[in-house]
Ligand binder design. Structure first.
Ligand code: GTP
Ligand code: SPV
Ligand code: MN
Length: 602
């Protein structure tokens, strides 16, 4: 196949990778539907993909990954900056020269028996002022099809690049070369854990991924480019790349508010992004569900784009009750990974809100609801990190401006996490600096989105696994952005939808009812309501949180809005050691916030 570009850097790089990885052939992706259909058909024919019932789930496919390759692998994710101190304490650092040596040995001949696909993709609208071009070289057709949905793929991107334009090179291999005449036998190809490497070379804006075919390990436009590499570019260029959903909320009076919210993986971004408000007259539209790229606009306000064009969402728990708009988004033209394929050839997962009589589980075994293993534990049909891949344009509440190249103006930043105890439903920062402190100290319980994370951990701005440089410099960058924006900076809030009572029941209904909390934020931004000053920040006055039509015991609301001073103080020690772990680069302004916080709590 002749290359559809004259870009010198790209042609040279493709030649170099072909010489190293030795694929049987090279295919340049054009991003067309015909290309998608052909690749999918190939995967159906080989047994890797299952075509779902055309009437129930038009043009949709299911994949089962290898049981070892089901989520991001943080302990195999590297930031290879020249100096170790530039990667900082939240990243695993490796010397770039050493890492390249190790990985070149793995890459040597790794694509034998396979096609190498060249995927030109744009993060953000093609040619937009905030957008960036990436090229992923991969030996996985599954990755190509997912990238078709998640990013803007095609020849139009090569046109933007021209002969001399720059791009971010993203090399990916599943790490399973085939011997002469061998095929995958319908099984998901990947390498064992100790051979997986998700590597970033921030000084070169380069990504090398080896051994995994799943999600953020393999769809390199997402976490690798749009967060780890982009966060570093953003710091150098004076903008922000954050793990945030973006939504537009419109009040009954027709006033628009744009909210960007950072919650850790599997902590509610997709759900909030598509929320259906349960309060009269309020409307929510989705701009993005996972990543925000934000630049200060000519008016001095922060403008956000969603660099992606699809949703790679957590399947389990997605139901007509919890997230009806996500269910609508996946009605057709979607890819499903690690779900149940039902007897009537549709997909199913736990808490989907519909009955499943039985089918084949994510491991490929016959499955019925209620089945238990030898120890009497319920066998889940879908993996907890089973995912859907769906075009954003299919979301019924996608914002009409979701592809506006210049972005939408952000009024409100929300931080949060999953804390079953202590952390109240909502509080507001007194200042930008305190907002940075709130985001920086956010903590959350572990989820299935990463293979190797346990317990409660601090997850600054939900970016712990995604900051491509030193976390202390990242905090400093946040303070600096606040200085640049002054009184035009978004107001910062902290939420927790995940409080439970002693019986383990949710205290807050969550989902559509979260709009009640967002409404209070809008009223705060407009100066319409006073607030209670607490040691951790402003909180709603009794009666200011709109609970119309909600049947929640008053004591539960009181519990949700209580500041348990003793419990907060009990975390001082952890706070201190966390701040100390940042090291010499911890900004003085963060230290001042820690001191003020401790003083307020007494
Ligand atoms: P990533 O795609 O991994 O970044 O996750 P995410 O932040 O988009 O999380 P998502 O919206 O997919 O939610 C993850 C899980 O949290 C799902 O099981 C949801 O049902 C659950 N969840 C989301 N919002 C709420 C809420 O308001 N209340 C409760 N109780 N659960 C929620
Ligand atoms: C996350 O883990 O935050 C995700 C899923 O959004 S993945 O794309 O696998 O990173
Ligand atoms: Mn995410």
């Amino acid at each position: 196949m002749t290359a559809p570009t004259k870009n010198k850097k790209l042609l040279a790089w493709v030649d170099e990778v072909v010489a190293m990885c030795k694929p049987d052939s090279v295919y340049w992706c054009d991003g067309s539907k015909a290309e998608y259909d052909t690749l999918m058909q190939g995967m159906v024919d080989s047994g890797l993909a299952i075509k779902l019932d055309e009437k129930k789930r038009p043009n949709s496919f299911h994949f089962r990954s290898d049981p070892s390759d089901v989520a991001r692998v943080e302990n195999r994710t590297y930031i290879a900056s020249v100096k170790q101190e530039d990667a900082g304490p939240t990243n695993i650092w490796t010397d770039p020269v050493e890492l390249k040596k190790t990985m070149r040995a793995l890459y040597d001949g790794c694509m034998k028996g396979r096609t190498m696909y060249v995927i030109p993709f744009s993060m953000g609208p093609v040619g937009g002022p905030i957008s960036k071009v990436g090229i992923e070289l991969t030996d996985s057709a599954y990755v190509v099809c997912n990238m078709h949905i998640m990013t803007r793929v095609g020849t139009k991107v090569l046109d933007v690049l021209g002969e001399n334009g720059d791009y971010i090179p993203c090399l990916h291999s599943v790490g399973k070369p085939l011997a002469e005449g061998e095929d995958d036998g319908g099984l998901w190809p990947c390498a064992p854990l100790e051979k997986k490497y998700i590597s970033h070379f921030p000084e070169e804006n380069l990504i090398w991924s080896y051994g995994s075919g799943y999600g953020g390990n393999a769809l390199l436009g997402k976490k690798c480019l749009a967060l780890r590499i982009a966060s570093n570019m953003a710091r150098n260029e004076g903008w922000m790349a954050e793990h945030m959903l973006i939504l537009r909320l419109t009040s009954p009076e027709g006033k628009q508010y744009h909210i960007a919210a950072a919650f850790p993986s599997a902590c509610g971004k997709t759900n909030l992004a598509m929320l259906q408000p349960t309060i009269e007259g309020w409307k929510c539209e989705c701009v993005g569900d996972d990543i925000a790229w934000m630049k200060i606009g000519p008016d001095g306000r922060l403008r956000a784009i969603n660099p992606e064009s699809g949703f790679f969402g957590v399947a389990p728990g997605t139901s007509a009750a919890s997230n009806p708009m996500a269910l609508e988004s996946i009605r057709e033209n979607s890819i499903f990974t690690n779900c149940v394929v039902t007897d009537d050839n549709d997909i199913w997962w736990e808490d989907m809100g519909i009955e499943c009589k039985g089918g084949i589980d994510w491991k490929g075994n016959p499955w019925k609801p209620g089945m238990v293993d030898a120890d009497g534990n319920k066998i889940k049909g879908a993996h907890p990190n089973a995912r859907f891949t769906a075009p954003a344009a299919q979301c019924p509440v996608i914002c009409p401006d979701w592809e506006a190249p210049e972005g939408v103006p952000i009024d409100i930043f929300v931080f949060g996490g999953r804390r079953t105890k202590m952390m109240p439903l909502v509080h507001q920062a007194y200042s930008w600096d305190q907002g940075v402190f709130m985001g920086a100290t956010a903590a959350s319980e572990a989820t299935a989105a990463a293979l190797d994370v346990k317990g409660i951990r601090r997850d600054p701005m939900a970016m712990k696994p995604f900051i491509g440089y030193h976390v202390g410099d990242y905090f400093a960058h946040w303070f600096k952005m606040g200085d640049k924006m002054g009184d035009k900076a978004p107001k910062a809030f902290y939420v927790n939808w995940f409080r439970k009572n002693d019986e383990g029941k949710w205290l807050w209904p969550g989902f559509g009812d979260n709009a009640r909390v967002l409404k209070w934020m809008c009223e705060r931004v407009d100066g319409k309501v006073e607030a209670v000053e607490t040691p951790i920040g402003y909180m709603p006055k009794p009666g200011d949180l709109d609970l119309t039509g909600l049947d929640i015991p008053a004591e539960d609301i009181a519990e949700l809005l209580k500041v348990d001073v003793a419990a907060f103080k009990a975390e001082f020690e952890d706070l201190d050691s966390y701040m100390a772990s940042v090291g010499d680069k911890l900004p003085e302004r963060m230290k001042a916030q820690v001191a003020a916080y401790k003083q307020r709590l007494g």
